[in-house]
Design a protein around this ligand. Structure first.
Ligand SMILES: *Cc1c(COP(=O)(O)O)cnc(C)c1O
Length: 399
């Protein structure tokens, strides 16, 4: 190749030569990849050589992140690999668009992520699919919802925001017995606490946006199946329907993953300590943390999560909306923001965000009061975090 005329700013320059190589992955924003000639392109399309062609079909930054999650989730090379998508919802959509056909029925947990519930109950019926919601802490209730046309059971291991633990063993057993695909949204638990493929899952899906990328600066999803043909179908759905992940977000997620284990362990230790401290605070009516003996699913959490109870803590302030507002304003250094898994602690108020679509009675049935707060605990100094929360709880009591 001859060098382009350096005066021609339009032509792309050659990359500078260097015998030593960068330590950090490059960001590849290139939408398209060039080939030498048509024969070279043939060799790629015919599978004799690998090469990227067009960013929607795949790019190096997505490959790098996807391979790391494959490794974390124990995806075997013979299954192909997982697919990185532009968001967690994109990954869930890829399952529905890639693995289901019109007329198929889905059984799903009744406390899934809010957008997943909306997709299942409001958007899918329009496309000729149907869904039934069932309580995943009760495998019998899940089984009762199965119909002859049921293809998928979709569950999250830990529910939001009451942190109930699904009967994963019972559900995996019945999915296998009834010949239904088990899909696990592992976003809350992460492969640090639970590896669904080791417990009978057929498909694992993630919002990388949360704990895995971990810094609230990248929006991405991931999905993988324990089957090569299904992974191919997931890939084709993601590419065709345009669920392309941004190279820059993938690069950020790859960097975030470098510290995932450290962040998870620290946030989990902090969550246990904060739950303990909250339980002793005047003005806190109750604390929900699966690691505590008074949690309704504590024994199951020990069995399913192997002692990794996670970074999410929910609690009920003794009071209504005014108490909650006073608490949130007083906790001025802790972001009141409807997400989870950030490196810093964030607080959310389900009654006014994730669960605002429910009636007051519907919320009451789930135990979501106006004083209900969900904390996604981060990695900050625990003494400081506890002190800030305690001060805010005290300020809310005085308000
Ligand atoms: C956030 C979240 C999603 C959706 O992920 P996005 O990246 O926001 O699209 C799905 N499932 C769970 C459990 C989540 O927390």
């Amino acid at each position: 190749m001859t060098d382009p005329d350096p005066r021609s700013l339009v032509r792309r320059a050659r990359q500078p030569e260097s015998l030593s190589r960068p330590v950090v992955s490059a960001i590849h924003p290139s939408v398209v990849y060039r080939s030498t000639d048509a024969d070279e392109l043939d060799s790629q399309y015919e599978g004799r050589a690998f090469g990227y062609t067009y960013a929607r079909e795949g790019h190096p930054n997505a490959t790098l992140v996807g391979e790391k999650i494959d490794w974390l989730e124990g995806v075997r090379p013979e299954w192909g690999g997982g697919v990185v998508t532009g968001s967690g919802m994109g990954a869930i959509s890829a399952i529905l668009l890639g693995l289901l056909a019109k007329g198929d029925h889905i059984v799903a947990g009744d406390q899934l992520y809010g957008r997943s519930l909306r997709l299942l109950t409001q958007d899918l019926p329009r496309l000729g699919f149907s869904a039934t919601l069932a309580d995943p802490t009760d495998a019998k209730a899940v089984e009762a919802a199965i119909r002859p046309e049921t293809r998928i059971i979709l569950v999250e291991v830990v529910s939001n925001p009451t942190l109930r633990i699904a009967d994963m063993e019972g559900i995996a057993e019945l999915a296998q017995r009834r010949g239904v695909m088990l899909v696990v949204d592992n976003t809350f638990t992460t492969p640090r606490a639970y590896r669904p493929f080791e417990h009978g899952a057929d498909v694992v899906v993630h919002s990388l946006t949360k704990l895995l990328a971990g810094h609230s600066d990248a929006t991405l999803g991931y999905v993988a199946a324990r089957d090569k043909a299904r992974n191919r179908a997931l890939y084709d759905a993601a590419v065709t329907w345009g669920m392309t992940p941004s190279p820059f977000d993938c690069w950020l997620a790859e960097r975030g993953l470098n510290t995932f284990h450290l962040r998870f362990d620290r946030a989990q230790d902090n969550a246990a300590a904060l739950a303990e401290a909250l339980a002793g605070m005047r003005g806190v009516e109750s604390v929900l943390y699966p690691g505590r003996a008074d949690h309704p699913d504590h024994n199951r959490a020990r069995a399913v999560l192997g002692g990794n109870f996670g970074n999410m803590v929910s609690f009920r302030l003794d009071g209504g909306r005014a108490t909650t507002n006073a608490f949130l304003r007083a906790a001025e250094h802790i972001a009141f923001a409807p997400t989870l898994g950030d490196v810093g602690t964030t607080l959310s108020h389900p009654a006014s965000s994730s669960h605002r679509g429910l009636t007051a009675e519907g919320r009451a049935r789930l135990g979501i009061t106006e004083g209900f707060i969900r904390a996604s605990v981060g990695v900050e100094d625990i003494a400081q975090l506890t002190q800030e929360i305690a001060a805010a709880v005290a300020a809310a009591r005085r308000a």
